[in-house]
Design a binder for this molecule. Structure first.
Ligand SMILES: Cc1cc2nc3c(=O)[nH]c(=O)nc-3n(C[C@H](O)[C@H](O)[C@H](O)COP(=O)(O)OP(=O)(O)OC[C@H]3O[C@@H](n4cnc5c(N)ncnc54)[C@H](O)[C@@H]3O)c2cc1C
Ligand code: SF4
Length: 854
């Protein structure tokens, strides 16, 4: 006789999966035959990270479970089967396909469904919800044929859905009935700051707007009509107006249901029927349904324990704190965010210039942090949350916790992770405390974040605590006296900075010399270009020379930037943006002759796209004959020095910024560095050349130039900082020589100047002491190193054209001079662009017409 008991789980979402996983991997697994009903067509996946489906992750990247895994655990999963009824008397679950599965214990993990308000028109084509992979597939397919989309609901998920529409290339609008975005998480000021930031991204935000009906024509959505009579034209609508627990099975079989919906459970997740449990978003505990994954996971763990015969664990109040990156904007809300506690105080920082709002709610006795709101910068979230949860004493000046650390100041920057108590909860998704992380680091000898994540699970949920986990690891390793390996890769135990000094002091000239003296193995795609860059910065030899060619990455090898279709772009240098009419004509002639797509860049150069590898030498021959030089657009090197027209033409100009920009560009062109470098010169304080957004920039004053350093655009834009004022041109050059060489010597691989400065102890004050005051006594050496670079400059394309052996590298096929036949283009505004994958598949033959003869 079979003594095993039968367990049925309905729902294979995040919580249902967690439950089965815990059960089958723990001691309770013995004795249960498990059957799971899964009404979606795929096994459990990571719904929290659902939006990554649109970020190239696809459905596979979200998978939480595999059929093999369940089979190995002896779990029977009925994929695509809906459980439609529970017969409690017969203890049987019936499915839509007529199956009847008996149970001794039943676990309901049916989650919730998105709430769609009862609006006229909501059934029309173009109306969607945002909950499952199938929903996202449908949204993507529909979005391909329309250009405008609106999201109804400006809460957490609404903004996530808006991000998805925006990423799909639609003009996007968010419509929120409340007076502000995310009304449940942020206050009025936070909502306003958030709105501004989101609008700055080009998303239309319509707050205080009640949608009255969906406007439909020929069965398809064409717009929204608002209660105030206004309208919004849109071709699709995504509803994100909240969730409702899927409690219909429980309701139909007579389980107790909460007044505001959800299957009622006790503190051990048992429903009103002792043989039936409910966990996750379908369950209501203490009158509340929790729409977050962490409470669901806790319920799963408790239910597993109960099946094993009971245990101490039970439900306690859940923390509803949240941290999200919405449309790239950090938002967090934790604890008593709105200051409801009697007598609570508020400490806040509102910076509408940077788009940052931080509010701390402090207890009436000013001893503890009760909660807070962070918009625009939520880096401190995990630490602050841990302080609330562990009732850590506040510092004497609580604003320290939210003020950014300024250079030269010891104030601000938050609490050190070293000061957090052991019980501080670091990862709320997986319920991991600081103490558990520290113990794992010490007892299992963990040395990097991935090992900590793997071992403790901390940081492997929503990921918001990963940075803090890394900081704790650093503190613990330092305490234990462990030297952390800063090696750039497995072949070198040295950082880029250390390697730079070794190469310089030992005067190594080739990668082999460096590897033999300081590394091991044959090198890889990380260390080879890094060493190549160091050798180039120091000795400035021809990058395709016999000892260096094999070290370069694709772009440096082709002396051009490879584009998405495998062709290259050609970018000649245009110092200061000054270009003769003749040169403009030549650029046009080259573009016409080789069928290149032409574009003026934002940095005053002309990009010619679509050159095949074999065309590059002929193109450059013609360009060099017209006086152009290689623009180094392919290298980690100085790209451009942008200029405004300055006093030559402009009524406001106080200095000749064009001449100075040309002088600067010609001095530093070709300098190889840890990352690409950009610069600018503006002729007056109106700053038309945007010098404060560059790695170095000068702005003219009546007395000379102000020199700014370490600004950049890119992923994390940062304003440059003033290094010195009212300098003459020669002094600027001297300081820039020192600054650039100091950066080149000491920065990490692929580290921008802004990040480098942020990490530099003492910040801009320290940099000023080194560069301006020569506090380290190395200024002469830095200048001499730069002089060597300047004196040994060569146009890499000119050198290449003079070397028949090197020209052999510019062939698509080793054994033939024929061009690449696989290039397919489609017309675009009188030019052309590369074909997309779909277009390539639908085309019979490459568009030969665009490939003119050389
Ligand atoms: C876009 C998005 C982003 C989110 N971001 C976050 C976040 O950042 N942080 C956070 O904590 N939470 C987030 N959540 C919420 C989180 O995903 C849920 O809390 C969690 O998935 C709940 O798990 P669950 O198993 O209870 O429900 P679900 O994951 O919804 O799983 C329930 C499953 O049961 C199935 N089912 C229902 N009825 C039946 C039936 N009768 N028969 C068979 N199968 C059935 C459903 O189809 C579903 O597959 C997000 C949710 C979404 C949609
Ligand atoms: S920065 Fe000054 S000088 Fe240069 S273009 Fe603008 S207004 Fe004219």
């Amino acid at each position: 006789m079979n003594s095993r008991r039968r367990l049925v789980v309905v729902g294979n979402g995040m919580v249902g999966h967690r439950f089965v996983d815990q059960l089958t991997s723990g001691p309770q697994s013995d004795g249960w035959d498990v059957t799971v009903f899964c009404d979606e067509t795929r096994l459990a996946y990571d719904r929290v990270n659902l939006s990554k489906f649109f970020e190239g992750q696809g459905a596979d990247g979200l998978t939480l479970a595999t059929a093999e895994h369940y089979a190995a655990a002896g779990v029977r999963v009925l994929v695509g089967q809906n459980a439609v009824a529970v017969d409690r008397a017969a203890k049987v679950v019936r499915s839509s396909t007529g199956q009847a599965v008996p149970y001794d214990r039943l676990v309901l993990a049916t989650g919730s469904y998105p709430f769609v308000p009862a609006l006229e028109g909501r059934e029309a084509a173009g109306c969607f919800v945002y909950r499952t992979i199938a929903d996202l597939e449908a949204i993507r397919a529909y979005a391909a044929d329309v250009s405008v989309g609106a999201v109804v609901g400006g809460g957490l998920l609404g903004l996530e859905a808006a991000n998805a529409l925006r990423n799909l290339g639609l003009e996007t609008h968010v419509v929120e009935m409340a007076a502000r975005l995310m009304p449940l998480q942020v206050d009025e000021i936070g909502g306003a700051v958030l709105k501004r930031r989101i609008e700055a991204l080009g998303v239309g935000v319509h707050t205080g707007m009640a949608t009255k009906r969906i406007l439909v024509e020929e069965g398809r959505v064409v717009g929204l009509q608002f209660a105030d009579g206004g309208q919004l034209d849109t071709a699709m609508v995504v509803f994100s107006a909240g969730i409702r627990p899927r409690d219909e099975l429980g309701r139909a079989c007579g389980l107790a249901i909460a007044s505001r919906a959800g299957i009622v459970v006790d503190q051990h997740c048992r429903t009103s029927d002792p043989d039936i449990f409910a966990i996750g978003e379908c369950a209501s505990w203490d009158g509340r349904v929790y729409g977050l994954v962490a409470p669901g996971y806790r319920m799963a763990e408790i239910a597993v324990e109960q099946l094993g015969g009971g245990g101490d664990r039970h439900l306690t109040t859940f923390d509803m704190s949240t941290k999200l990156k919405l449309l790239g904007v950090d938002v967090a809300s934790f604890g008593d965010a709105f200051g409801l506690d009697a007598g609570a105080h508020t400490v806040s920082l509102v910076d509408t210039v940077a788009g940052v709002y931080k509010r701390l709610v402090v207890s009436a006795d000013k001893q503890r942090l009760l909660g807070g709101i962070l918009v625009g910068d939520a880096a401190a979230y995990n630490q602050l949350l841990a302080m609330v949860q562990t009732r850590t004493a506040l510092p004497a000046e609580p604003d320290e916790l939210i003020l950014p650390r300024r250079e030269g100041s010891t104030r601000g920057g938050g609490l050190s992770p070293a000061n957090l108590p052991a019980e501080a909860l670091i990862c709320s998704c997986h319920n991991v405390s600081k103490g558990e992380i520290c113990e794992a680091i010490a007892t299992k000898n963990l040395l990097d974040v991935p090992s900590v994540k793997k071992c403790t699970k901390a940081g492997s949920g929503c990921g918001s605590c990963s940075t803090l986990v890394g900081e704790i690891l650093k503190v613990e390793l330092k305490k234990a006296g462990v030297t952390v390996n800063h090696g750039i890769c497995e072949h070198f135990p040295h950082s880029r900075q250390e390697l730079f000094h070794l190469v310089r002091v030992k005067r190594h000239r080739t990668f082999d010399e460096v590897a033999e003296a300081h590394g091991k193995g044959a090198g890889c795609e990380i260390c080879k270009p890094a060493v190549a860059s160091i050798l180039a910065s120091l000795w400035n030899e021809y990058v395709l020379g016999p000892d260096h060619a094999g070290l370069q990455d694709t772009n440096d090898r082709a002396l051009a930037n490879m584009q998405r279709d495998g062709t290259y772009s050609v970018v000649p240098r245009v110092p200061g943006g000054e270009i003769t009419p003749r040169q403009l004509i030549v650029l046009g002639e080259v573009a016409e002759r080789f069928g290149l797509y032409s574009k003026i860049t934002g940095a005053q150069r002309v990009d010619l796209f679509g050159a095949t590898l074999d065309q590059l030498p002929a193109i450059w021959r013609q360009l060099i004959a017209a006086g152009f030089e290689s623009g180094h657009a392919y290298g980690k090197a100085l790209r451009t020095v942008k200029s405004c027209v300055g006093s030559t033409w402009c009524r406001f100009g106080v200095q000749d910024s064009v001449s100075f920009a040309i002088r600067l560009e010609n001095r530093y062109k070709g300098l190889r560095s840890p990352h690409k470098l950009k610069a600018a010169a503006s002729g007056c304080a109106r700053e038309c050349a945007e010098a404060q957004g560059k790695d170095f920039g000068v702005i003219a004053t009546e007395k000379g130039y102000n020199l700014y350093v370490c600004g950049n655009g890119g992923m994390k834009p940062q304003h440059a900082q003033l290094l010195a004022s009212d300098l003459d041109e020669d002094t600027v050059l001297r300081y820039v020589d020192r600054f650039l060489m100091f950066y080149v010597r000491t920065a990490d691989r692929l580290e921008r100047t802004a990040t480098w400065l942020n990490k530099l102890e003492g910040g801009i004050e320290y940099l000023r002491r080194v560069v301006v005051d020569d506090a380290l006594g190395i200024a002469a050496e830095l200048e001499a190193e730069m002089k060597n670079v300047v004196d040994t400059y060569q146009c890499e394309w000119t050198t290449t054209l003079g070397d028949p052996d090197k020209l052999k590298m510019f062939r698509t096929f080793v054994n033939s001079d024929a061009p690449d036949p696989g290039i397919v283009r489609v017309p675009l505004r009188q030019q052309h662009r590369p074909a997309t994958v779909e277009e390539r598949q639908s085309m019979v033959r490459p568009a030969e017409t665009d490939r003119r003869a050389q």
